[in-house]
Design a protein around this ligand. Structure first.
Ligand code: PLP
Length: 384
């Protein structure tokens, strides 16, 4: 069966009512036939659900669907994308280890790396995503993990995943990638040697701004410690959120195709516009890594980053003149969104850190939605 069919047909076993759509399993615990069965289950030797902090039929259905899309063997669902990241870091790192991360990452990840992990004796080093020599120099005997977003947020730069995974293998380092922008529909990190692929399910997976969620998939040896940590510390996904996300994933391929085709049309339009200095979009021929993007991604995705002519005031004026686009902090959802990263999502970074992440006062990020492309273009054109 094709990935897209699997992500639609995988379903929790029917109950005695033979329902066609999976019901919500809003139950905290599950019962046992007898005392011996309870003892077997609690020894971890059974294959049924025990307690919804560990697993639940709704979260299991969701993660099997995501696994089918990414061809990974092991997976967990978490309360949010940040919980997915944080549990991954906590489960694998200890005092004295170091993490090498790309210097263009979502602001809250940067906060964890700059402020929380160093307090616990974990050293965090930052490298320009595209700088191969920088990655080589950063690896040491104490490096335990590499963490990147690919494409990066909001710069939309790429790294050659197969090259970086070979470097990680050479130094016996876990390679963790946030696949939020590309999604498993457009980029299959496991095929390039990535060990852990992490998601904010809040974004493309729901696509309709309703619930939070996170997913980690990868090889069992790397996912199992995260599951052990999570089931004890509790940042698990709620069955309600899993139920919503599992329904949404059935339309994810169609949605990602539409996001990508709208985004490419908009990127081409913006590129021809004199009020814009530079447009970054992986599937634009002018993108410095266009060939790599074509090799690693099947489409360009729904995010465009533009650098306008002018300063922050000009940017704000442009944003305030938009009639249809939403001003909000989300991405890859049905409605088109505009964000000014320097003053919102990445505002806690210093000016120097922002520049390293390719953010200036005139940078705007557009998450291209599913409205008709003519309406998106005409709103942006009138505001420009
Ligand atoms: C690339 C990326 N990763 C992770 C997150 C965090 O996800 P969540 O809001 O589900 O915790 C975000 C949120 O915007 C993001 O943009």
């Amino acid at each position: 069966m094709k990935d897209s069919s699997k992500s639609i047909r995988i379903q929790t076993d029917q109950t005695k009512y033979r329902e066609h759509s999976t019901p919500m399993f809003l139950t905290l615990s599950f019962t046992y036939h007898d005392a011996e069965h309870a003892a077997t289950m609690l020894r971890g030797e059974g294959d049924r659900d025990i307690y919804s902090r560990f697993s639940n039929p709704n979260t299991s259905e969701l993660i099997y669907k995501v696994c089918a899309l990414k061809e990974a063997e092991s997976r967990i669902a978490t309360a949010s994308g940040m919980a997915a990241i944080f549990n991954t870091l906590c489960a694998h790192l200890k005092s004295g280890d170091d993490v090498v991360a790309s210097n263009s990452l979502f602001g809250n990840k940067m906060y964890i790396l700059h402020h929380i992990l160093p307090e616990w004796g974990i050293i965090c080093k930052f490298v320009d995503l595209t700088d191969q020599t920088g990655w080589e120099h950063a690896m040491t005997a104490t490096t335990k993990m590499v963490l990147i977003e690919n494409p990066s947020n909001p710069g939309l730069e790429l790294v050659d995943l197969s090259w970086l995974s070979s470097l990680c293998k050479k130094y016996d380092v876990i390679f963790a990638l946030d696949n939020c922008f590309a999604t498993p529909i457009l980029q299959k990190p496991m095929n390039h040697g990535v060990d852990l692929s992490i998601h904010s399910a809040t974004k493309w997976m729901d696509g309709q701004v309703r619930v939070l969620g996170g997913i980690v998939v990868g090889h069992d040896q790397y996912v199992s410690p995260i599951f052990d940590f999570l089931r004890r510390t509790g940042a698990s996904m709620s069955p309600f959120n899993a139920w919503i996300l599992s329904k949404s994933i059935e339309t994810s391929e169609l949605r990602m195709e539409q996001h990508s085709s709208n985004a490419l049309r908009l990127a081409e339009f913006l590129e021809s516009y004199k009020a814009i200095n530079r447009v970054a979009y992986p599937y634009l021929e002018s993108h410095p890594q266009y060939d790599l993007a074509k090799r690693q991604m099947t489409m360009g995705g729904g995010i465009i980053t533009c650098h306008l002519v002018g300063n922050q005031d000009d940017c704000f004026q442009f944003i305030n003149k938009l009639n249809m686009l939403s001003i909000t902090a989300n991405l890859v959802e049905s409605r088109t969104i505009i964000t000014h990263p320097a003053t919102t999502t990445q505002s806690k970074l210093s000016k120097d850190e922002q520049l390293k992440a390719r953010i200036t006062e005139s940078t705007v990020r557009i998450s291209v939605g599913l409205e008709h492309i003519d309406d998106i273009i005409s709103d942006i054109a009138q505001a420009l």
